[in-house]
Design a protein. Sequence first.
Length: 758
Amino acid sequence: MDLWKISLNEYNNYDNKKYETLFTLANGYRGIRGALEFSSKGNRGNYIAGIFDKSQSQVTEIVNLQDPLGFNIYIEDEKVDMDECVLDNFNRELDMQSGVLNTRFIATTKKGKSIDIRCERFVSRNKINRWASKYELTPLNFNGKVFIENYIDGSVTNGAWDVMNKNKHFKVKSIFDSNPGIALTIETNDNNMKSLELTTLMGENERGNIFKTRRYSEFGETVSEVYETYMTEGKTATIFKYGISLSDKDMKCDLFTAGTSELKDFIKDGYGAELEEHKKIWRKIWDEIDIKISGDEKAQLGIRFNLFQLAASAYDGDTKVSIAAKALHGEGYKGHIFWDTEVFMLPFFIYTRPKVAKALLMYRYNTLKGARENAAITGYKGARFAWEAADEGLEVTPKWGFDYDGNAVRIWTGDEEYHINSDIAFGIVEYYRATNDKEFLVNYGIEILLDTAKFWQSRVEYSKAEDRYEISSVIGPDEFHEHVDNNVFTNYLAKWNIEKALFFKDWLKTEDNVVYKVLCSKLGLNDEDFKLWDIMAEKMYIPKSEDGMIIEQFQGYFDLADIKITQYDENEMPVWPDFEGNKLGETQLIKQADVAQLMIMLPEEFTDEVKKSNYEYYEKRTMHKSSLSPSMYSILGLAVGDRQNAYKYFMKAIFTDLEDNQGNTDFGLHAAASGGSWQSAIFGFVGLRVNKEGILNINPWLPEQWEDLSFNINWKGSRVSISILKDKIKVDSTGKITLNIYDKKYLIDKEKQLVIAR
């Protein structure tokens, strides 16, 4: 097994949609789904991060842009169509180490002509507007004319698979015979954002150029160029397809002029040179992010898949975009940004690629205006971040959807899932304590902490009878239960959010008193507010069992019907039990980690005994109907000693998409599960956490078959390399750090490797 490659060795067009997701190539700026040029079956997708449109859709959604992948081969008068030809030696392979997608097959037409086709594709990490493919074509049993068509399709829609919700978010503005190549520019319907795709072909063999004639055509919303060539049995012809993608989202110029210039430069540089630079950058990224697992090939392949997809989904070059729940891999959840980014994905970037982490947090700062508008619209103060966000930070959660039985239902998450505010605050604090980036905190982070605390000040309710603060009618991470009062995840993190705002307010007052005064003036805050925040945090209601050991997920949860999970499917995921006449929301069944999620995010707030009691109580009631859930139960399971289930949950997390165990990989990557996979490995098996004193701790445990777990992290400017073996732990650092290992303190510097026995 090659532990750097995801392979598919059998073609079934029913699976095209799933493998388009798995074989997506992205560079943070844009993503191209892994569509097969020679099949029309699937959901092709071309997305540029930050290009959204609403038009006739229920809400704003990411735009599926014009498709630049168009490539056809005609042997005389027969088109090479994978769904019509006989296929042999089929193989697709995603090389994660180099970020290259390879496809090979032999196609035999109905007239019996066979051709060996090898394709290579990459989306450049060197120059983000470039992408390219290479085709090696070898006739196996014929000589004769072959026609090669390159085309760009502007008839693309969103929701092509959903006839009732299909929508076209752009109009084709211009089509060019661009010399070189062909170009098609579109403009979005609502905000007139323009996007250009420009491509051309270069064909050669041992004698040089193979193309004899060229024909340019426009067919409605499609632009095409066709080249005629002559091929000889057994002789390979190589065709390079160069592509340029631009938008005026971040380039205020004439796109066609800029694109033509860039395409000429790309051709001048050459396919091979750009590919090599692309590979160099991927090698550097892997040096930062790789987790090496010896002794468990399946785990090694699975974790690398998730690391690859995470790293492909973001870059540090744009502070006005973030990672969608389905990343740049599909239209699921309409390309919206959720809490998934800060809670599940951001830790990976904080500890491996902190510049990218900062860019992701800057997206939240750059959408503060929308968050403040959300608060004002709903009658609150401060900043209320959207449960589902797009380009402006305004709330774009759909109001209507479908339940598990296909019935139309009102979606309340955008109205009631307030914990997103604290989740973003959590991301800011996590970033700062790992990076010590004071500039970010002073100029951006503290403003968000204060404005989210101001929101909570206006949202919480004081109960005079109980002398406590409460938050009514909310939805926690467990979305099976709506309109609940005092969801502990929400209440506890609101309390924590307020406490951190107060702490960093005092810190800022000392660090930069001018910025402190400007912020107080800008946000309308004074000492009276801060005194009230102190009281609110102290008196926030946290419902618990009588003995205090079990935290009640929300007020009244213990009174619900306690339905047992007794059956599991072929993926070892829970099967819906008999509700015994109850509605789902009337049972204690939960969608995903909720109380458990809280204990993972704030481990220092709870004793080991309380964690264990709550893990055992909630684990047996969790349906895992979210891909976010298994990795979290893996982490908490390891913390409380449930090692067998922890490994099972880890494997479920890392194979969420590779095994499609949620059944919806067609619609895009489960990006939060990818982030949770990293957390499960590092926060779970390594036991990495930061204690109340701000010191890094590890408390590792490895599954029996694992011989070695090695990885790198960034910690306050130092690169720390850690290897955990059966009998010892090795630590290297580029700078001086303090590290607790099994609760014993060690001072590590760049002069000497630390080696301790396990």
